[in-house]
Design a protein around this ligand. Structure first.
Ligand code: URA
Length: 237
């Protein structure tokens, strides 16, 4: 089995993220540092370590939804030492990792799992899975401005795909807007609003595909419901 697949199966990271971990020289096979991507391992004989920790394939698949508060980073080791989400999921035995990311200053729904195949499927751009955000926006905002977002705006030199945009509230210079996108570009929602001269003061993700945040309290997590467990295979297809 390829090394990056083995890392994903062991719940270290999604396959794509595992490639970065290998390239950074943190992975050893039988005591030898491996930075080569196609490296093959025999999972029953070879001893594979990441940061010195021996890996074993995860048996128990775990799927959770976390309501990430603002002020936490999604990745597990930050160069600036900011609080990361591991503090919020310390009571989970399995090594789950986030599916995609949310900015430090964005709150809301984050999926975490040790099922690399599910994580890859949900994060894959080709799947076009809708992500729903509620943005509190400062600046003039009306249906005409909303239409620009719906049609697509230029961010980082590339147009965004059409978005669904609903103005939920508008009072003076402050509006609450629901935006549904299926792309996942860096700080995409904030940049979309910047492109129409608005500033997002608060941003919350409320859904990814069929997975909803509902009324899960901020900073809490829950396992998938039975109905959500039934969606897993649908997304993997
Ligand atoms: N768009 C953003 O601007 N931030 C996020 O965290 C997610 C989407």
């Amino acid at each position: 089995m390829r090394l990056q697949k083995f890392l994903a199966i062991c719940g270290v990271a999604s396959r794509r993220k595992a490639e970065e971990i290998i390239a950074s020289g943190r992975v050893y096979v039988n005591g030898n540092k491996i930075t080569e991507m196609g490296f093959s391992v025999n999972e029953t004989i070879d001893v594979v370590t990441v940061d010195g920790e021996k890996l074993r394939p995860e048996e128990n698949k775990r799927y959770i939804i976390l309501n990430k508060p603002k002020g936490y980073i999604t990745s597990m080791n930050d160069q600036f030492d900011r609080p990361d989400i591991t503090a919020l999921i310390s009571d989970i035995n399995e090594r789950v990792y986030p599916v995609g990311r949310l900015d430090y200053d964005t709150e809301g729904l984050l999926l975490l799992t040790n099922d690399g195949e599910f994580a890859n499927a949900v994060a894959h751009p080709k799947k076009n899975i809708d992500k729903v955000y509620i943005a509190k926006v400062k600046g003039f905002f009306d249906e005409e401005v909303a239409d620009k977002l719906r049609a697509g705006v230029m961010i980082d030199g590339k147009m965004t795909a059409p978005a669904k945009v609903t103005v939920l509230k508008s009072e003076g210079n402050v509006s609450e807007v629901r935006v549904t996108i299926h792309e996942g570009r860096n700080r995409q929602v904030r940049k979309m609003f910047e492109a129409v001269s608005c500033r997002v003061s608060d941003l919350k993700r409320t859904a990814i595909g069929g997975f909803m945040l509902g009324n899960l309290p901020k900073g809490s997590w829950r396992d998938f419901t039975e109905a959500e467990m039934k969606l897993i295979d649908k997304y993997k297809k």
